[in-house]
Design a protein around this ligand. Structure first.
Ligand code: ZN
Length: 124
């Protein structure tokens, strides 16, 4: 269950952001995480773990948004960049070349911590 480890790390990062930037002021309403599809994270599970982990902390009551980023490849032959619908075959959808580079799908990072009265575009 790697969601638990991920959850702990996210909560720790979010709490650091709150402490350094918001100086403990304002209520955290939303935390957004970007998880590449290859990470195979179950958003609902991560959200449940998040709720457990933030209980009694400065993040208590906030919700976790999980944005799943698509698997994206860049073709070394025709230089196109494409998000793959079903990432089972790593081939260029245009020229069918297998000489591709993975440029998206493995990412995992805390995108933003939204504090009440902060604009939603407030990113890390
Ligand atoms: Zn190509």
């Amino acid at each position: 269950m790697h969601e638990w480890t991920i959850g702990e790390s996210l909560v720790r990062q979010a709490m650091e952001v709150v402490q350094t930037r918001a100086r403990g002021q304002g209520r955290v309403v939303r935390t957004t995480v970007v998880a590449g599809r290859l990470r195979q994270i179950v958003p609902e599970l991560l959200q449940d773990i998040y709720r457990l982990l933030v209980r009694g902390t400065s993040l208590d009551g906030s919700i976790l948004d999980v944005r799943v980023a698509p698997v994206t490849i860049r073709c070394c032959r025709c230089a196109c960049q494409e998000a793959l619908g079903s990432p089972t075959v790593f081939r260029c959808p245009h020229c069918r070349s297998g000489d591709v580079e993975l440029v998206g799908g493995r990412e995992l990072f805390l995108e933003s911590v939204e504090v009440e009265a902060d604009p939603p575009t407030d990113s890390v």
